[in-house]
Design a protein around this ligand. Structure first.
Ligand SMILES: [Zn+2]
Length: 125
């Protein structure tokens, strides 16, 4: 008898402090001025847990993929981060996705919280 693989999602969350200014917004818009955030990111992977293994991926492996990226953005001015462009939450989500996906092929969704109530979801399309 074959055991059906179990589909699961794992979420690894990290946060970081940063500053940015967003010249893409109109003159007078509050986001054009330099300001800071404590942002939070949910890194969500999805896959079939091998029945012989009893876990999908070691959370420590997710942390190992995330940490070098977190170092590039924590306590940084995001406008100066290589390859990020204008650091809107949308562009940040794509920047993170492009760098995490090779290390975490099962990456399914990123949720980037600019504030607790402003969130961008990105799934690589
Ligand atoms: Zn902002």
């Amino acid at each position: 008898m074959t055991v059906k693989p179990m589909k699961v999602r794992l979420v690894k969350t990290f946060d970081f402090d940063c500053a940015h200014h967003l010249p893409c917004f109109p003159e007078g818009h509050k986001c054009r001025g330099m300001h800071g955030h404590t942002m939070r990111v949910d890194v969500i992977i999805e896959g079939d847990m091998p029945p012989s293994q009893d876990y999908l991926i070691d959370f420590a492996d997710m942390k190992a993929a995330i940490d070098p990226l977190r170092q590039q953005i924590d306590h940084k001015l995001l406008n100066e981060v290589e390859g990020l462009g204008i650091p809107t939450v949308e562009n940040l989500a794509k920047w993170l996705w492009d760098r995490l996906k090779p290390a975490l092929p099962m990456l399914a969704l990123l949720r980037v919280y600019e504030t607790p109530t402003n969130v961008c979801e990105y799934w690589g399309e």
